[in-house]
Design a protein around this ligand. Structure first.
Ligand code: ATP
Ligand code: MG
Ligand code: FE
Length: 337
């Protein structure tokens, strides 16, 4: 079974060829980061234009690197939401075109399910599982009852963790996306600022990061005004410690409430070293829970993860047709199987 997978929900144009849902034959990722950096974030119109320019080259490269022809393919999988509508439409249109031209089934994939399925490249998902999904637009605890059966048990009420990283990074003069550099600085500093850990004591599994972001920005601006220079490494360490504390505490409490076989860490922020180390430590107390981290290279947006999720959609016969449209605010829902 070979699936040609497409991802274009944000600022990465990606096409992959995946064998049996767990083997990457090719995974082409054309990033647009450079074009967005001078704006400090992703500009939707710029993103759409880049996707149009890149998509056919990505398809050609993915096919040639995988050494396959269209006759070898079993299906086409594509991210149809959530994400930027104009960006999503490029991938959806390209996938529909290939499916139509080569008479292949079309599998619509939820981008966030894709992030979770990046873990499939480490080992098979064992149900029930819990996913801590942290990315640029989402921060969620997701309960996975079975293949394709997702339930959000907690989510951010305001900013996503990745978004907070990018916004506080901007104040430190770090280019978008700031996550990796803040992570690096954090390991050189100490938590001296003791920023707020919002909702850490609450029973709810929801998150909130906008207060932390504001506290950080106010601290830096106040120091600027009185002509004081703060230690960047300590600022980064203090911010990261606050984020990691809340993410880890909520995950541990969710594991107490929902007995599962696996904990999956996924999404762009799952690449964070501090978070990976902390969860490694916390999971020692859960002997029966297997901790599966999405591979570092597959934490950010890519089509390989969409192909892995698409393979599950293929097995569940969740096919789309030529009426498939982009859904920018697509949510997880329970799918009977
Ligand atoms: P979503 O998946 O919610 O639609 P997205 O696709 O834009 O959003 P991802 O590509 O999954 O987000 O992740 C990108 C985010 O991950 C950015 O905010 C980036 O700063 C953050 N990030 C990447 N590496 C790290 C890191 N090492 N530490 C913290 N954050 C990181
Ligand atoms: Mg991106
Ligand atoms: Fe993403």
């Amino acid at each position: 079974n070979l699936i040609l997978a497409f991802e274009s929900s944000c600022d990465e144009t990606s096409v992959a060829v995946i064998e049996n849902g767990d083997k990457i034959l090719s995974n082409i990722v054309a990033t647009q980061i450079k074009s967005h950096q001078r704006f400090g974030g992703v500009v939707p119109e710029v993103a759409s234009r880049h996707h149009i320019e890149q998509i056919t080259d990505c398809i050609d490269l993915a096919m040639s690197q995988a050494l396959v022809t269209y006759e070898d393919l079993a299906a086409v999988a594509v991210t149809y939401g959530p994400g930027l509508v104009g960006a999503l439409l490029i991938g959806v249109t390209a996938a529909k075109t290939v499916a139509y031209a080569h008479n292949l089934p079309l599998i619509p994939v939820n981008h966030m399910a894709g992030h979770i399925y990046a873990a499939r490249y480490v080992k098979p998902i064992e149900f029930p599982a819990l996913a801590i999904l942290v990315s640029g637009g989402h921060t969620e605890l997701v309960y996975l009852a079975g293949p394709g059966k997702f339930e959000i048990i907690g989510e951010t009420r305001d900013d996503a963790a990745g978004e907070a990283y990018d916004k506080i990074g901007r104040v430190l003069g770090i280019n978008y996306p700031a996550g990796p550099e803040v992570d690096r600085l954090a390991h050189l500093g100490k938590d001296t600022f003791n920023f707020p850990r919002a909702m850490d004591d609450s029973e709810s599994f929801d998150f909130s990061f906008s207060g932390l972001k504001s506290a950080f920005i106010n601290t830096v601006h106040h120091a600027d005004q009185i002509g004081e220079t703060l230690n960047r490494e300590d600022l980064a360490a203090s911010f990261q410690q606050a984020v990691v504390d809340v993410l880890a505490d909520k995950t541990v409490r969710a594991l107490d409430a929902y007995p599962v076989k696996q904990l999956i860490l996924a999404g762009g922020v799952a690449a964070n070293k501090g978070l990976r180390e902390r969860l490694d430590l916390e999971l020692k107390a859960f002997e029966n829970v297997d901790f599966v981290k999405a591979p570092l290279k597959l934490c950010g947006d890519n089509a390989a993860m969409i192909g892995a999720a698409g393979y599950v959609g293929y097995q569940l016969k969740q096919f789309g047709d030529m009426s498939l449209n982009a859904d920018p605010s697509l949510e997880f829902d329970w799918i009977a199987s």
